[in-house]
Write a protein of this length. Structure first.
Length: 287
């Protein structure tokens, strides 16, 4: 009996151990190696040295070039998240109120873009937003002339919203599945307007999905590489493209690793702060 109790005591640990080892091997170890690489000295003539230095972080955090790229990355990621929430929440609400077969059809339409490579979609948007693309052709037809859209922040945001929108719609739609439509109908019968019912009944229910979707969209947009690289061009860089340049072109791996660590820490602080803010707002609303 004592042996059974001991085995039962270690059962949760044994069940978690494989996942923990896999997480350590695939996430913790690479991050640790990246952090260690970021504090190693570098010389353009001899390469990476064994001496430890924080000069890379000092140079990154005091150089206006890198600060502008960090600010652009966070700005584009935040704007993408905001637009995805503005489009995705109503879309998920309409999807939740649909019935089969229309729900299945529209769900396939929403998820369908995920089946296409991001690179293919980026090239598609570059063709649409180019000087001779369909958008400028339509503007010409209305007599508005040619507008420079490609290689701008606007083009990056448009393409990122198209890529990230399913990651916002699906979590919100999943949260709405837990809400009985009869509850919203009961609010109407008690005299609440549709707007009040959505604000007081529906919105608190979707906060969990909205939080999850926002965190996923923000994290993916801030670390996006293909869209900024293909649509933003070589001059309009974001953090991921700068890391790529430092690794592959400049061969300065410590600086690239330091940029990656700074972006990771910034994303974590923003996400944790946003998480606490939304949770506090949810508790206040439900209370």
């Amino acid at each position: 009996m004592t042996a059974d109790r001991r085995l039962g005591h270690w059962t949760p640990v044994l069940l978690v151990l494989p996942g923990a080892l896999l997480f350590t091997a695939l996430v913790v170890v690479p991050l640790g190696l990246t952090a260690w690489l970021s504090v190693l000295d570098y010389d353009s003539a001899t390469g990476i040295k064994d001496t430890v230095t924080l000069s890379h972080y000092t140079a990154i955090l005091t150089d206006g070039y890198y600060l502008e790229i960090f600010w652009r990355t966070l700005r584009i990621a935040a704007l993408t998240t905001l637009i995805c929430a503005a489009i995705g929440v109503p879309e998920a609400y309409v999807l939740a109120r649909m019935h089969d077969p229309w729900r299945s059809i529209f769900l396939v339409v929403i998820i369908g873009p995920l089946l296409v490579s991001v690179v293919v979609r980026a090239f598609g948007w570059s063709m649409l937003l180019g000087s001779t693309g369909l958008v400028n052709q339509a503007l010409h037809a209305f007599g508005l002339g040619t507008v420079r859209l490609l290689y701008t922040e606007t083009a990056i945001v448009v393409a990122l919203v198209h890529v990230m929108l399913p990651f916002m719609v699906i979590p919100v739609w999943t949260s709405l599945q837990k809400l009985d439509p009869a509850i919203e109908a009961a609010a109407w019968t008690l005299g609440a307007s549709r707007l009040t019912a959505i604000r007081r009944v529906v919105f608190p229910e979707i906060m969990t999905g909205l939080l999850s979707g926002s965190l996923v969209v923000f994290g993916l947009a801030a670390s996006s590489f293909a869209i900024p690289g293909l649509i933003g061009g070589r001059r309009l860089k974001m953090a991921a493209t700068v890391v790529y340049d430092e690794y592959m072109h400049e061969l300065n791996w410590p600086v690239g690793a330091a940029i990656a660590i700074v972006v990771l820490l910034a994303n974590m602080l923003i996400m944790l702060g946003y998480n606490r803010l939304v949770e506090a707002r949810t508790r206040k609303t439900l209370g």
